[in-house]
Write a new protein. Structure first.
Length: 406
């Protein structure tokens, strides 16, 4: 143990011995032999004199290398009654030193434990989960989480285990999982979960508040019931003032935005016999004044407001389409299962027809299936190209004008 800290710092802590102490500390950190001679290349006169004072003998002059015996240093410290152990003296001067190999072993053990915890997530078998795990492993996020005790990643797994939710406010979700209503508002935990949801949706990490809100909504989490909206055209309804507003807007061929708050506080019953669903607002805009059928626009991944509205179409005929990309296949698959929707020009023949044009782009994100037309997903994988809904506007508007679908 260090018997005289003041004398130790005066004896061994001088600035001109800093290079020597650094070399000794590096040996401890790297778990190397502490007592092998330390060689200082091109020592300064101050370093030579400091070593001479420490060991009580003159160093060899005129050489470019100065060899110092750590055992001699330890003996000098012990003889002076300052410290009996060189390792303890170095620790006292530079602070506790962690041995890298031991740290790596502990970190690898913690990594294995954390990965085992994450593999227990209810989504662990899904491709997007593996993609998320690979992303946070490769960019150092998982390592940082491990050094924080693994809590952020464990929290993300707990949140993902209860998603998708059924129109649950984000503060309620946060409190339910973490006990803190603010835990999913701009926190490292929120970012980890959003990265997982982005992988699930086949989308890049959101860069704006609106994109983050839409991503949360894709998993059934309400961030703002006023900001959660759905755009409609020609949709008639009854049951509340909102139903009256929708019907009046339909009579005047006026696009109408409905908020989740309105849908919750003023429940409606859809009276339009057939409801078409598109993904891109350009389709709805082109249909204004000419469409005979009701049209709902998801504007990307359906919001909670969109799902709430479509839930009121349970006894209506719903025709659904999206872009020919992986997100479009996922949302169409969900709509078929959730609303009994019929895919609307979402078939391999239409895809092949559109693929011949120049307006396509690379497919991005995790592949998805097309259970209603398995050949469609296969053909998309082969081509590797996405085709946006705007390429089909003329045909879609013609369907809306005649209220028939193909």
């Amino acid at each position: 143990m260090v018997k005289d800290p003041v004398r130790l710092r005066r004896t061994l802590g001088a600035p001109e011995l800093s290079r020597l102490i650094s070399r000794l500390a590096a040996r401890v950190e790297q778990d190397k032999e502490l007592y092998a001679p330390v060689v200082l290349v091109q020592p300064s006169d101050e370093e030579r004199r400091a070593v001479e004072r420490l060991l009580g003998r003159r160093a060899r002059q005129g050489t470019a290398r100065l060899s110092i015996s750590p055992q001699a240093i330890e003996s000098a410290l012990r003889l002076a009654g300052v410290c009996d152990n060189l390792r303890e003296a170095v620790d006292h001067l530079v602070g506790p030193i962690s041995i890298r190999s031991h740290e790596r072993a502990r970190e690898e053990e913690a990594r294995a434990t954390l990965l085992a915890t994450l593999s227990g997530c209810r989504h662990a078998a899904e491709p997007w989960f593996a993609e998320w795990l690979n992303n946070i492993s490769s960019d150092g996020t998982l390592t940082r989480a491990i050094r924080q005790g693994g809590e952020p990643a464990k929290g993300a797994r707990a949140v993902l285990d209860v998603l998708p939710a059924d129109a649950k406010p984000i503060s309620v979700l946060a409190e339910q999982v973490t006990g803190d209503t603010k835990a999913l508002s701009g926190t490292p935990l929120a970012r980890l979960v959003l990265r997982a949801l982005a992988a699930r949706a086949g989308e890049p990490m959101p860069a704006s508040a609106a994109q983050r809100r839409a991503l949360w909504e894709s998993a059934g989490v309400i961030v703002d019931d006023l900001a959660s909206q759905v755009l409609v055209l020609g949709l008639s309804a009854t049951g509340s003032p909102l139903g009256d507003w929708l019907t009046a807007a339909a009579k005047h061929a006026t696009p109408f935005r409905v908020t989740l708050h309105q849908l919750v506080t003023m429940p409606i019953r859809i009276t339009s016999p057939v409801v078409f669903v598109c993904e891109n607002p350009a389709v709805l805009r082109a249909a204004v004044g000419v469409a005979e059928a009701a049209l709902v626009c998801t504007e990307g991944i359906p919001s909670i407001a969109c799902h709430r509205l479509l839930a009121a179409c349970a006894d209506r005929q719903v025709w659904w389409r999206g872009d020919f990309d992986w997100t479009g296949l996922r949302t169409t698959t969900e709509a078929v299962g959730r609303y009994g929707a019929t895919p609307w020009r979402m078939d391999v023949a239409t895809y092949k027809q559109l693929l011949g044009g120049v307006d396509s782009e690379p497919l991005r994100g995790s592949p998805a299936g097309s259970p209603w037309d398995p050949d469609l997903a296969v053909r998309m994988r082969i081509s590797g190209r996405a085709v946006m809904e705007e390429r089909l506007i003329d045909e879609l508007v013609r369907d809306l004008r005649t209220t028939g679908a193909q």
